[in-house]
Design a protein around this ligand. Structure first.
Ligand code: NDP
Ligand code: TDO
Length: 299
C-alpha cells in the first residue's frame, strides 16, 4: 500500500513518517513545504505546498498513492485568530484541493482534525456531538471537515485529536509538556489553568491511529486521543512529578484571569471507544506517554 503524508516536517508528520518507514508493506511518499527535516531511510520525499492546487494535482497524479494522510495545517491557534486569510488558505482551501485530487484519482483520504471544532461546554465528547467552534482555527478545521463530508467521492476518514505532545527535530511549535518542563527547569513561574479539560495525546499514538485508519480504509469520523481526562494544571503537575521539578513554580489560575488572543474551548477531551472498537486503537496513559517522550530526550 502506497501512503502519501502531507506536513511531514510537523510533529505528527515526523512521527508518522518514522512509523510508516518501519511498517512492512508500506511505500511512503513524505511531502512538506521546503526541505525535509527527516532522514528518510526508505520512501521518497517530495516538496509540496498544499495551498498550491496545481502542485497538489501534479503530485497526487504522479505518485498515485492508495491513501493520503493529510496532517498539514496552520496550527498556531492565536495566529489563526489574527491572520485569517493565511489560516483559511492552509486549513480549508488546501483541503478542497486535496479532496478534488482524491476524487479524480480515487485516493482514500485520512484527514486530521481537532477538538477545537467544539465549544467546550461539556466533555469528554464522542463522535455524535454537534460541533460549534469558538475560535477561527476551529472554524477553519470544521469547514474542512464539512467540505470532505459534502464533496469527497473516494473513501474518507476524519480523525479528530486533542492537545498533542511529543518531541522531534526542528519543531515549528512547542507543546504543553515541553513548555512546562523547559519553563520550570529555567526557574520560571508559570500560571496554568485548572478550568480547561483535555485528553492529551502522545504524537506516536496519533501516528498509530492514522496508520490504522489508512490500513483499514476507515470511513467516517473517529476520535483519536489520549485516554486520561486532565486539566492543563494537572498536566503540568504530572510533568513536574515525572521530571522531579519544583512544583512551587506551577501556579493554578483560571480562564477568567489567564486569557489568550484566541478563546480556548473550556471542556473537551474525547471518548475513544469507537476507535478502540473499529480500529483497534489503544493509546498510552499520560504517565506512559511522558516516559516515551523522556526516553527520546536522553538519546
Ligand atoms: N498539535 C496539536 O495539539 C493538535 C494538532 N491537530 C492537528 O494535527 C495536525 C498535525 O498537527 P501538528 O503536527 O501537531 O502540527 P505542526 O505545526 O507540528 O505541523 C503542521 C505542519 O503542517 C505544515 N504546513 C503548514 N502549512 C502548509 C502548507 N501550506 N503546505 C505544506 N505543509 C504545511 C507545517 O509546515 P512548516 O513546518 O513549514 O510550518 C508543519 O510542518 C494538524 O492538522 C492539526 O490541525 C489537532 C489537534 C491538536
Ligand atoms: C501558554 C499557556 C497555556 N496554558 C493552557 C491553555 C491551554 O488549555 C493549554 C494549551 O495551550 P497552548 O496555547 O499551549 O496550546 P493550544 O493552542 O491550546 O493547543 C491547541 O493546538 C491546536 C493545534 C489544537 O488543535 C488543539 O487541540 C490544541 O492542542 O495550556 C496555560 O494555562 N498557561 C499558559 O501560559
Amino acid at each position: 500500500m502506497k501512503i502519501l503524508v502531507t506536513g511531514a516536517n510537523g510533529l505528527l508528520g515526523q512521527k508518522l513518517t518514522a512509523l510508516l518507514q518501519q511498517t512492512v508493506g508500506i511505500t511512503l511518499v513524505a511531502t512538506a513545504r521546503g526541505k525535509s527535516v527527516l532522514p528518510l531511510t526508505s520512501g521518497r520525499f517530495v516538496p509540496l505546498d498544499v495551498t498550491d492546487g496545481h502542485a497538489v494535482e501534479h503530485v497526487l497524479a504522479t505518485e498515485k498513492p492508495d491513501v493520503i494522510i493529510h496532517t498539514a495545517a496552520m496550527t498556531q491557534v492565536d495566529q489563526c485568530e489574527t491572520e485569517r486569510e493565511q489560516c483559511w488558505a492552509a486549513n480549508v482551501t488546501a483541503v478542497e484541493h486535496i479532496v478534488n485530487a482524491c476524487n479524480r484519482h480515487a485516493i482514500h483520504l485520512v484527514h486530521v482534525s481537532t477538538d477545537f471544532v467544539f465549544d467546550g461546554s461539556h466533555g469528554p465528547l464522542d463522535e455524535t456531538e454537534p460541533p460549534h467552534p469558538v475560535n477561527y482555527y476551529g472554524e477553519s478545521k470544521l469547514a474542512a471537515e464539512q467540505y470532505i463530508q459534502r464533496h469527497a467521492t473516494a473513501g474518507w476518514a476524519i480523525l479528530r485529536t486533542v492537545l498533542v505532545y511529543g518531541i522531534t527535530n526542528d519543531m515549528s511549535r512547542s507543546n504543553i509538556v515541553l513548555w512546562v518542563k523547559n519553563s520550570v527547569e529555567q526557574g520560571k513561574t508559570i500560571q496554568v489553568v485548572d478550568d480547561q479539560w483535555r485528553t492529551p495525546t502522545l504524537a506516536e499514538d496519533l501516528a498509530q491511529g492514522c496508520y490504522l485508519a489508512a490500513a483499514k480504509r476507515a470511513q467516517g469520523i473517529y476520535h483519536i486521543s489520549g485516554k486520561d481526562f486532565l486539566s492543563p494544571y494537572q498536566i503540568a503537575l504530572a510533568t513536574a512529578d515525572y521530571f522531579h521539578l519544583d512544583k512551587a513554580l506551577i501556579q493554578a489560575t483560571d480562564s477568567t484571569r489567564f486569557t489568550q488572543p484566541a478563546k480556548r474551548p473550556a471542556k473537551t477531551g474525547f471518548t475513544i471507544e469507537k476507535a478502540r472498537r473499529e480500529l483497534g486503537y489503544e493509546p498510552h496513559s499520560f504517565p506512559e506517554g511522558i516516559a516515551v517522550l523522556a526516553s527520546q530526550l536522553s538519546s
